[in-house]
Design a protein around this ligand. Structure first.
Ligand code: ADP
Length: 487
């Protein structure tokens, strides 16, 4: 890994505890980071223990007060430098990302730019934390609303976007005047540490942003949910773990943002532009080898265009290139681990056992390891696991439907509510479906919806809270109503 980098100092086999880089954690344990393409260990880091987490929180408490006392404009200036440094180091950050997570380098570059855009956006928002004045209810009263940072924030992130998830969480936290204790996934801590190095170089004060990789995620969750200094937790991961954290946070009525699992429907109506729909399906389904929480999980195609859609999609899926992320032309890298592979094949086997047909793929890739063939299944039905569970792999099951009402019911028949997509042209139908879908985000005639300028988040058991956009700051701010009397 180091040989590939222009600036090898961006890889540090340490953790960052309250401004202090440490080679050893209180747990005495080590985390080995693997390249999922080769299985090689690419770095070994200390695993944070309880004492490290507590120290980071204590230091953050002081650092936060000083940071919040600076003007929004000053915070914006520091974040601008941070953004510039991330941008200038895009190639190295992308290489680190691909090395620890496996995604194709071109996608990794895209992720770095996407993550950086949140630093830029929220840095700018730091200057716009407006309050409100409210006409008084009595002649001698003046009413004001001010917004203040919630204080010390904890963040827990998954491995599928090791860099962008860091940016999406730390940028609004820092912009609003909070400090943040960040726990990356143990599989992918290097991207978070590299960003911390750049944050330090940009002048983000020590102690404001700690990075604590640990093999004891439960310990971290329990501590941040019970330590009275930590006022908020922002979590991206599974609904299962989100539920645990919400229950733990209930003890101190903790402010939470939860971005949890999805089961995105992708609907193609008879009047859709089929080529565009196929293009959208490819982006939405196969980006990151299907390992995103907004990936299309269920493709519903109206019967009039079903066969043609399958034919066109099959041609595109067959052309995907399963390669090591560093190889030229790679479009599908390895899956993150064996569990992910096992889940994929349990979904394929279940579907085939219940009558689905394998149109493309269906087997392990000849490269071995966790490389799998991108797979297209036709004749999927609602009795199959693929209808209910998030596959998180490059598997596209295509269901057939007849009417709008039928597909709305099918699309909403899930406990999840993160992203949904559909392709249609009839204006009335477009509005009807948009309004009927029980999802936090809807892509109409597009398969790509994520941007820093829009609110990302879900409803139902996909969680709550929004990342990005003018709304994204609210999750890190408390509202204070001030009533001035006797005027
Ligand atoms: P995924 O299936 O994407 O790994 P998880 O929800 O298991 O989703 O993991 C997302 C993040 O949550 C990771 O950083 C992981 O270490 C962390 N995590 C897992 N279990 C717990 C827990 N009990 N408490 C706190 N964090 C946890």
């Amino acid at each position: 890994l180091l040989d590939r980098l222009k600036d090898p100092s961006l890889v540090r086999e340490e953790m960052l505890v309250g401004g202090d880089w440490r080679k050893e954690g209180a747990s005495g344990k080590t985390i080995h980071v693997h390249n999922p393409s080769t299985g090689d260990v690419i770095a070994s880091l200390p695993s944070a223990g309880l004492q490290d987490v507590r120290e980071a929180i204590d230091v953050a408490k002081l650092a936060q007060k000083k940071w919040a006392a600076r003007s929004g404009k000053e915070r914006a200036g520091v974040m601008r430098k941070f953004f510039d440094l991330v941008t200038a180091n895009t190639e190295d950050l992308a290489i680190i990302l691909t090395s620890e997570m496996g995604k194709p380098l071109a996608e990794a570059r895209g992720e770095i730019a996407y993550g950086a855009s949140y630093i830029e956006w929220f840095g700018e928002e730091a200057k716009r934390v407006y309050g409100d004045t409210i006409p008084g209810h009595q002649a001698d009263k003046r009413l004001i609303v001010i917004k203040q940072p919630v204080g010390v924030v904890a963040a827990i992130a998954p491995w599928n976007f090791p860099s962008a998830m860091v940016c999406r969480k730390i940028a609004p936290a820092l912009a609003s005047g909070c400090a943040i204790i960040f726990k990356p996934a143990a599989e992918t801590p290097l991207s978070a540490l590299a960003l911390a190095i750049l944050a330090e170089r940009a002048g983000i004060p020590g102690g404001l942003f700690s990075v604590l990789p640990t093999d004891n995620a439960r310990m971290f969750g329990e501590e941040v949910c019970s330590n009275p200094v930590v006022k908020k937790l922002t979590f991206t991961g599974s609904t299962e773990v989100g539920r645990i954290l919400m229950a733990q946070g209930a003890q101190k009525i903790m402010k939470l943002s939860l971005e949890l699992g999805g089961n995105a429907p992708f609907i193609v109506f008879d009047d859709a532009d089929l080529d565009e729909a196929v293009e959208g399906a490819m982006l939405s389904k196969f980006r990151n080898a299907g390992q995103t929480c907004v990936c299309a999980n269920r493709l519903y195609v109206q019967s009039g265009v079903y066969d043609r859609f399958i034919e066109k999609l099959a041609a595109r899926v067959s052309a995907l290139k399963v390669l090591d992320g560093f190889e030229d032309g790679a479009t599908i890298g390895p899956l993150i681990n064996e569990d992910a592979v096992a889940k994929l094949y349990s979904h394929i086997d279940d579907a085939v056992g219940k009558g689905a047909k394998v149109v493309v793929g269906g087997a392990r890739d000849e490269r071995g390891g966790t490389f799998v063939q991108p797979t297209l299944l036709s004749e999927a039905t609602k009795e199959m696991k693929v209808a209910r569970e998030e596959t998180f792999a490059p598997l596209a099951p295509v269901f057939r439907f007849e009417t709008t009402d039928e597909v709305i019911e099918l699309a909403n028949d899930t406990e999840f509510g993160l992203a949904a997509y559909f392709y249609a042209n009839d204006l009335r139908n477009v509005w009807k479906v948009t309004e009927a879908l029980e999802y936090g985000m809807v892509g109409v005639n597009t398969g790509l919806i994520s941007t820093e300028v829009a609110p990302f988040g879900g409803v139902k058991q996909s969680g709550f809270g929004r990342e990005g956009s003018k709304y994204g700051m609210d999750d890190f701010l408390s509202m204070k109503y001030v009533c001035m009397g006797g005027i």
